[in-house]
Design a protein around this ligand. Structure first.
Ligand code: MTE
Length: 468
């Protein structure tokens, strides 16, 4: 591992006595570009962005905020201060006009997006969370990434059944079928956890492939999940928890999604049969009415529309663990059953596709997470990993949950290479691309947790690059 060599002169906190103005940021292209334009950005053709943004955006609130100076000069007479605004001088809309509240119409560009050309069939595809536009650690349910192997369903909860049985009759004394009502009557727990698809950042194994953090890291979301510990249900069915070594989780959709889960996280009480997400029922796209929550483990094991758990003694070698979700190693062999999402982090602001419009102060911020526990430290570099500055971790810092970090930075207008490097409570340090490729090669799909680099050009454009 590289060692921290002390603070970079360009990376430290701003000197309050210095004449430092606050820098403005042009948001990522997903906020206003078409699929075709995103494609141009990913091909490195970005010149049109700045001019196009300022012209086309003049009519939009977001663009107006950027086109206008951030503070009106004294005495210039800002009409938004001097005149009565429409909302200050009229009756507003009534309560419950939207029985289920929606985001402001000014925020409608913040959306899940499919990567153009990634998959041919939209029902077996993925939509990415717009990490560049989120604050804190919780993903709004409507922006949670989606990964379906055979489309999603809005299942009638009254008709959904959940069964527990044993691979042998002795393993589960009283196999049971539960309705949702049965489950919701039991004592529940609520816990905050991240879920990351094992294929997150998978397109970047060989080289830079996508322009923005939404596509490079957006198969990542974090929610408060509510449900019943699977252990409670196994005990309710009289499972032999000393003989049990694995459980098989089975989904109710047409994809035959079945995954082997080792018994240890079940016995510890971590694995949940969940029906709640961020204080309400799960969204249909995320498994309504029931999904398995397997903290720290890759998303594919979080089986949605969960209909059955079988208690067994050996791994099941289901199709999505024997031939898919395997790691292609440099010697040509496949590694199976890699499931823990190792420690990883990414700077979300500023990030690829955005542009720094001024020199001055920026609060650089991002997310860190580990499938093995808590994040203990994040370092940020502004010069491609030569010097590192320790970031502030925002509370709460929870186990197997996203952690928000931030660090102040004064951009002096010179090119910079921004990186973040996370450490978890086991002492594991997030690897560089060079270190990861030494062990894993370049032809894998899954479990890429390498350090991400964003390059800031002299003109302020931020783009995706790789540093070994
Ligand atoms: N469960 C079922 N039944 N069917 C699926 O297609 N996709 C899996 C997992 N559970 C899937 C499933 C994959 S690959 C991932 S990454 C996560 O669900 C994604 O969860 P999300 O769509 O809620 O983000």
């Amino acid at each position: 591992m590289r060692t921290a060599k002390g603070d970079s002169p360009r990376a430290g906190p701003p000197d309050p006595a210095a004449d430092v103005t606050s820098g403005r940021l042009r948001r990522a292209p997903e906020n206003f570009l078409t699929g075709e334009q995103i494609h141009l950005v990913s091909k490195g053709r970005r010149e049109f962005l700045r001019a196009g943004f300022l012209a086309a955006g003049a009519a939009t609130v977001a663009a107006a905020a950027v086109a206008a100076p951030s503070a009106v000069a004294a005495g210039a007479g800002d009409p938004d201060i001097l005149q009565t605004t429409p909302w200050g001088g009229s009756l507003g809309r009534p309560v419950a006009a939207n029985p289920y509240g929606l985001p402001s119409r000014h925020e409608r560009a913040l959306a899940r997006r499919q990567s153009p050309g990634l998959t041919q069939v939209a029902a077996a595809s993925v939509s990415f969370t717009p990490l560049q536009g989120l604050f804190g650690i919780i993903t709004p349910s409507g922006l949670h990434f989606e990964r379906h192997h055979q489309g999603w369903h809005d299942i009638d909860p009254a008709r959904h059944r959940f069964m527990i049985n044993g691979a042998r009759p002795e393993l589960v004394r009283t196999p049971k079928v539960y309705t949702l009502d049965d489950l919701m009557r039991l004592p529940s727990v609520s816990r905050m956890h991240f879920i990351e698809c094992g294929a997150n950042t998978g397109m970047e194994w060989g080289n830079v492939a996508v322009p923005t953090v939404q596509y490079s890291h957006g198969m990542l979301s974090c929610s408060e999940f509510t449900g019943v510990p699977l252990r409670t249900l196994l005990e309710d069915c009289g499972a032999d928890l000393r003989a049990a070594r694995f459980v098989l989780a089975e989904g109710g959709d047409g994809s035959s999604m079945t995954r082997t889960i080792p018994i240890e996280p079940v016995l510890s009480g971590e694995v949940l049969v969940a029906y709640g997400q961020n204080g309400e029922m799960l969204r249909p796209e995320n498994g309504y009415p029931l999904r398995l929550v397997v903290p720290g483990v890759q998303g594919v094991s979080w089986v949605k529309w969960l209909r059955r758990i079988e208690v067994g003694e050996r791994p099941y070698a289901a199709k999505d663990e024997a031939i898919h979700y395997v790691d292609l190693m440099p010697d040509g062999q496949h590694r199976q059953y890699t499931s823990i999402q190792e420690c990883k982090s990414v700077i979300t602001t500023p990030s690829g596709g955005q542009a720094l419009l001024d020199r001055g102060f920026f609060s650089v911020s991002g997310l860190a997470w580990s499938g093995r526990g808590r994040i203990t430290r994040v370092d940020v570099s502004f010069d491609g990993g030569i010097n590192w500055t320790e970031a502030t971790l925002q509370t709460p810092v929870l186990s197997k949950c996203l952690t928000r970090f931030s660090v102040p930075w004064v951009w002096d207008g010179r090119p910079a290479l921004l990186q973040s490097r996370a450490v978890d409570e086991t002492g594991y340090v997030q690897p560089s691309y060079g270190q990861l490729r030494q062990v894993r090669g370049t032809r894998s799909i899954y479990h890429n947790n390498a350090i991400q680099t964003w390059q800031v050009a002299e003109n302020g454009d931020v783009s995706n690059v790789q540093i070994l």
